[in-house]
Each structure stands twice: as C-alpha cells, then as structure tokens.
Design a protein around this ligand. Structure first.
Ligand code: PHE
Length: 337
C-alpha cells in the first residue's frame, strides 16, 4: 500500500476507538498538526516529479479534508454524549412533592386575645395599653385595695421596690385611663400580669384582658347584656351564661361569670368539678371610691369593669391541662393551633 492509503486506514481505525475529547485532540495533532502525518505527506511533495505531484497533492488534500470533517463530526458526537450524560445526572423529577416552607402563625394565647379584641372592637370599644411595671397606687390604692388587703401579700405580688411592682392584674389600667380620658369611656386592655404562683394551672406570668365602661346611667343590666353577648360570641350561642355574686374591692356589686361546661354541656364532669359550670371572668360595677379617686362624681357617672384570664380560656377551649406548655416554645405543641 502507498503511504496515503496506509494513513487513511490508520485514521479510520483510530478514530473509531476514540471516546473522549482529549484523545480526539491528540489525534488531531498526530495527523493534522504542524508535524502531523498528513502535514508531513504534503511536505514530502517536493521530492516528487511534475507528473506525480498534482495527483498526489489532490489525494492528500482530499484525505486532509475528509479527516477534518470526521474530526468535527466526532467532536460533535462526543459533546452531545457528554451533554446527554450531564442532563441525565441533573434530571429533576417534577412529579416529586415539593418541600414546603414552615409557615409560622400566631401563638394560641395571642389568637384568643385577638378574638376577644375583635368582639369588643365590633361593639365600639377601643384597645388601650397599660404599663407592666406599675406603682402601688395604680395597681392597688386607687382600686380601693387598702394597705392591709390580703391580695397585697408578699406571696402574691412581685415587688420591685416598696412602691413599685409588676402589675398583678390589668385592672391597673382602669385608673390610668380615667385619669387621662374624659367619659364616656369604652375600652379593653389586653396584656401581661404577674403573680408569685407556679403550678400546672398557674404561671408567674399570664395574660388578662381588662374591660372598662364609664358613662352616665350605666346599670348592672348593661354589664349583664354586654358580657352575655361577648361570651356567646366567644364560646357559641348554645353556651349558658350565669352571674354569681362575688367580691372585688374595686367593684360593687361584684360578680363572677360562669358558662355552661364545654365538656359536658352542664351535666357535670371532671372539667367542671361536677358543677356543670366553668368560671370565666370577674366583673362588677365600678366602686364609687374608685370613681372618687379620679375625681369623678359617683352620683353623675358610673360604669362597669371586667377582667378575663386568657390562658384559662385557651386551656378550657383546647383541653390543655398544663399552663406551662404555652411558654415552653415547643414547636410540637404550638403547631397544633
Ligand atoms: N382584676 C380582677 C382579677 O384579676 C378581675 C376583675 C376585673 C374583677 C375587673 C372585676 C372587675 O381577678
């Protein structure tokens, strides 16, 4: 065989065996590079005579062109293969269920508080803010709680100084509001309160919502229908509401308000301690002494107030038996609301 045919055969065999781009580059250099076999053939033309030269030249040129074309075809083939392989590696199964982000939500205590706020906002009340750090006067004295009253006991109140404490109830906002706002007053005030108490149903910090209405001609009837409406909104139309005489130093008369038991509907069970009733809030007509303390004339103005414990409502509603669960930030607990 002549050198051209030999090289043509070699090219064919070698190209078939090439499987990657770097081997292909070596192949190109070997045949078409500056010192490549086909380049050398062209150079050797100088040694041929005039008749042989055009024929030889044409054959070498044809071979060179053919090899270049094959190189390009092979390169395309290898690149396509590599790309197909890469795509297979990166395949995304769009039918797989996605990973949804964890959406947060309001804390159950905040949810109950907002529900209560909404009910009263719809009745024309406004939301007022108080102070968590209070003085003796607003938490006790102005509310007709004298110095020797048992609720001032060291075991109940967290004192900061002789005169400063963290409030034991949201009733401390009553006087603060009356001091700076002219009647008629219709407010609720949600917030944190503190008592030196800690067991499965008592937490040293918990939440209350206070309500206060001051106007001319407010009667116990206004208190009754307002709270009945509120409790039926909150717990459902089917709940019975009962007003039970009670005592608070800052209201007169005072009452506690019960609703028929969530669990047994009034028949009597463990939750309601077999009474059929669950105590929900404290309330009463604002005591004349409280009105006098802010300079109101009890003959002219009157009102009612109430206070409701939020944790208790949430515990009853969701059947939670340990108040501490609300404050442990355990996602397994919180996710359920
Ligand atoms: N402050 C009372 C308590 O914490 C509740 C209450 C508020 C009672 C307003 C009467 C009027 O128990």
């Amino acid at each position: 065989m002549d050198p051209i045919s030999t090289i043509a055969q070699e090219v064919k065999d070698e190209l078939e065996r090439i499987t990657d781009l770097s081997a292909l580059e070596k192949f190109r250099v070997k045949y078409l590079g500056k010192k490549g076999a086909i380049t050398n053939l062209l150079r050797s033309m100088g040694t041929l005579n005039k008749e042989e030269r055009p024929v030889f030249g044409k054959r070498v040129n044809d071979l060179s062109k053919e090899v270049e074309e094959k190189l390009i075809a092979k390169e395309t083939e290898l690149k396509n293969k590599a790309r197909a392989f890469q795509l297979r590696l990166e395949t995304v199964d769009v039918t797989l269920p996605g990973r949804s982000p964890n959406l947060g939500h309001r804390h159950p205590i905040k949810q109950v508080m907002e529900e209560i706020e909404t009910i009263f906002l719809n009745m024309g009340y406004t939301v007022a803010e108080g102070f968590e750090v209070e003085d003796d006067y607003h938490n006790f004295e102005a509310l007709n709680i004298p110095k020797d009253h048992p609720s001032r006991d060291m075991q109940d109140t967290f004192w900061i100084t002789d005169d400063v404490l963290i409030r034991t109830h949201t009733s401390s906002v009553q006087t603060r509001i009356m001091e700076k706002q002219k009647p008629p007053i219709r407010i609720i005030s949600p917030g944190r309160v503190y008592r030196c108490d800690d067991d499965v149903t008592h937490s040293p910090m918990f939440h209350q919502v206070e309500g206060l209405v001051i106007d001319k001609d407010i009667t116990f009837g206004d208190l009754k229908w307002t709270l009945t409406l509120f409790l039926k909104e909150l717990f459902g139309e089917e709940r019975e509401v009962r007003f039970r005489p009670s005592y608070f130093p800052f209201t007169e008369p005072s009452c506690e308000v019960d609703v028929s038991c969530f669990a047994c509907g009034g028949k009597g069970c463990r939750l309601c301690k077999h009474t059929g009733w669950i105590e929900i809030l404290g309330s009463g007509l604002v005591h004349p002494n409280v009105l006098k303390n802010v300079g109101y004339d009890p003959k002219e103005l009157g009102g009612f107030a109430f206070g409701i414990g939020i944790e208790r409502i949430a515990m009853l509603r969701y059947g939670i038996d340990d108040i501490r669960l609300f404050f442990e930030s355990d996602m397994r607990f919180l996710r359920q609301f």
